[in-house]
Write a protein that binds this ligand. Structure first.
Ligand code: DGL
Length: 263
């Protein structure tokens, strides 16, 4: 039993989509969320830069007493999780594009993956897609510019729609019937994506799976909080505009504190 918080970080606000899933299935766990929005997008950076930023984020969360860390960023996971796991004894959970369920579900044997350049060019992504894509055509598409728009809160503007259309329509015409969202920012685009894609295209993201894995690892390491007595703290830190972060949390029903911090 451990009452310490779960630490969660992303290059920005995208990982709050993962925070939601974690809070849903682990409502008795305190959390600390770190949005490194000042350095977004990670997807355009080198592996070395992504690792350096990830270490900075992990150090911050460990100093705050986190008992487990969720790397709520596909780009940081696919470029840095191996090194992070080797460097720290604290359990680390990562997130990767959910190619496996998409490949299993696809009737057209054609799966689209929308993700950052950093994720799609990583060795981890390429080895995972080779394992699961037996007989399946993977259409990968870099979502250039989308993270920047989402970081500005533009989840439903005409600019975002045009960019998404330019990325999704070619995949559609090549027969995609499953779209994997390989970036934790993209679940915030689902309403817009649904307007663009026909109803029969399945949209898959990894949020729920990551939350289940977080619970399993807490159980396995005897790290769950079984105490019911105290009020749980949920703290959110951003090194950019706190009002944008708050905008993404406005429907959150549990008490939380969001603040700016220059880290
Ligand atoms: N949320 C990050 C991911 O899942 C966005 C990466 C970026 O900052 O480019 O990949």
């Amino acid at each position: 039993m451990n009452k310490g918080p779960i630490g969660i970080f992303d290059s920005g606000i995208g990982g709050t989509s993962i925070w939601r899933e974690i809070n849903k299935i682990l409502p008795n766990e305190a959390t600390i969320y770190l949005a490194d929005s000042k350095n977004a997008p990670y997807g355009e950076k080198s592996k070395e830069q992504i690792l350096e930023l990830s270490i900075k984020n992990v150090e911050f969360l460990l100093k705050k007493g986190c008992k487990l860390i969720v790397v709520a960023c596909n780009t940081a996971t696919t470029n840095a999780i191996k090194e992070l796991r080797a460097a720290y004894s604290t359990p680390m959970i990562g997130i990767e594009p959910a190619i496996k369920p998409a490949a299993l579900n696809s009737k057209t044997k054609t799966v689209g993956v929308l993700a950052t350049k950093g994720t799609l060019s990583s060795a981890l992504f390429n080895s995972t897609s080779e394992i699961h894509a037996n007989g399946i055509k993977i259409l990968d598409q870099v979502g250039s510019g989308l993270v920047e728009l989402i970081e500005k809160g533009e989840v439903h503007t005409s600019e975002t729609r045009e960019l998404l259309q330019a990325y999704l329509e070619p995949m559609l015409s090549k027969g995609m019937d499953q779209l994997v969202l390989g970036c934790t920012h993209y679940p915030y685009l689902i309403p817009l994506i649904k307007e663009i894609l026909p109803d029969n295209i399945k949209i898959i993201d990894s949020g729920e799976g990551v939350a289940r894995q977080t619970k399993n690892v807490l159980l396995l390491n005897n790290l769950m909080n079984h105490s019911q007595s105290e009020t749980l703290e949920h703290q959110f830190f951003t090194n950019a505009d706190v009002s944008v972060l708050e905008g993404f949390l406005k429907d959150v029903s549990v008490p939380y504190k969001a603040q700016y911090l220059d880290f």
